[in-house]
Design a protein around this ligand. Sequence first.
Ligand SMILES: Nc1ncnc2c1ncn2[C@@H]1O[C@H](COP(=O)(O)OP(=O)(O)OP(=O)(O)O)[C@@H](O)[C@H]1O
Ligand SMILES: [Mg+2]
Length: 449
Amino acid sequence: MSPTDTNDPELTQLRRTNRMLQQRVKQAERIRKQWSTAVTQLQESHDREKVISQQLAEKESFLSSITASMNEGVYVLDTEGKLTFMNPKAETLLGWSYKELLGKNMHDTIHACRPDGTRMPAEECPIQKSIHNGKHYSVEKDWFQAKDGSFFPVAFFSSPLIGSDQNQGSVAVFRNISQEIEIEKRLIESEKMASLGGMVAGVAHEINTPVGVGVTAITYLEGETKQFENAFQQGGLTKENLSHYLSTVTESSNIVISNLKRAALLIQNFKKVAVNQSRSHNEEFLLQPFIDELLHSLQPRFRQHPITIEVDCSPNLTMHSDAGALSQVLINLIENSLIHAYPEQDSGLIHIQATLSEETTKESTIKTPMITLNYQDDGVGMSESVRQHIFEPFFTTRRNSGGSGLGMQIVYNLVVHRLQGTIQVWSQPEQGSHFLITLPAAIHEPIDG
Ligand SMILES: Nc1ncnc2c1ncn2[C@@H]1O[C@H](COP(=O)(O)OP(=O)(O)OP(=O)(O)O)[C@@H](O)[C@H]1O
Ligand SMILES: [Mg+2]
């Protein structure tokens, strides 16, 4: 480079401008590259969004075609219990359209009222509870109210609607169970008829024996009387004839009386078996004084038996139930212990324990106060075959000593039908017997009659 070149200011300026221009070109190229990357990314994310929204739409139509084809009503609630979705079957069952109910509080609209006029508080409603506690519930029988005000029985499941991290509401799936109830009623009716048929056959068979023996005895007496009459009319009546006739009369009448008594006892017990056909009478009573009074009235029975009865029952246990039925149950159990468990009139201990617990019934998830009665004797116990047949009508191991075999059948009927409870029995030879009876602390008339 010549010194003149470097000193030429124009040339120096030109060179500077050239360098600047080159830098700008580079900068512009960088910006162009950045833009093109950004545009590609934008395009890609747009494509991704398109795919996602397509997938979402597909999923939505998949779900709605599933719920539309379901035979159950489905509805979805938000966290405030307001409707956000309902399928066509729910519209048909409830008589409301989806549009009419959208955003409405479903509990207040279809679930708060019951046919008997009582109200179901929202805090007790499983569908509402699912929203807040995230639990699943299955209810076998409840009531929903349709748009026209009519009630229909339903079974439903409620599940929480879980979002990414928290509950977003609940889903209820329900079906109308009126037909199922009708079928069940008819089934029970036909079972009742079948067991009534069996009972009638059993009664006929059982009564046939004492009546048959009575007829034989009285027919024999009739023949003897004729002979006696003939002898009397012919004037050939001896002292032996008279004494023979008198002993025949005594013997025959004893046979007739004891057999008629047996027939009468069977008929009396048979009437008691039919307990569920008469109306029950429910009342409020304290359990402990009730049991004490009952045992007091049985005192004369214990005079012949050195047996102790221990009662373990908290003094404030109250029941609203059929006290008459409960006393028949306890009397039968005690009578059985006295007769069967301690046949030799030996000493023994009967323990009766009553406790209160809370259980969910088959009908609903709502906890119901239940009374558990544990009845235990330490007598001779039962063999497996006796235990298996104990509740069958006419099953007795003491037929020859006056047992009719209806006592435990009466107990079973009273516990299950009148007191709406359950009864179980455990026993082994020489190990005593244990009866576990579970009863609702309060029974009410069923709402569907
Ligand atoms: N506590 C008990 N210990 C041992 N055996 C029992 C006891 N309770 C019942 N049983 C057996 O169960 C059978 C059926 O009892 P159930 O009360 O139905 O008839 P029963 O007492 O024989 O006659 P009924 O009560 O009609 O006069 C009895 O015959 C007896 O064998
Ligand atoms: Mg008995």
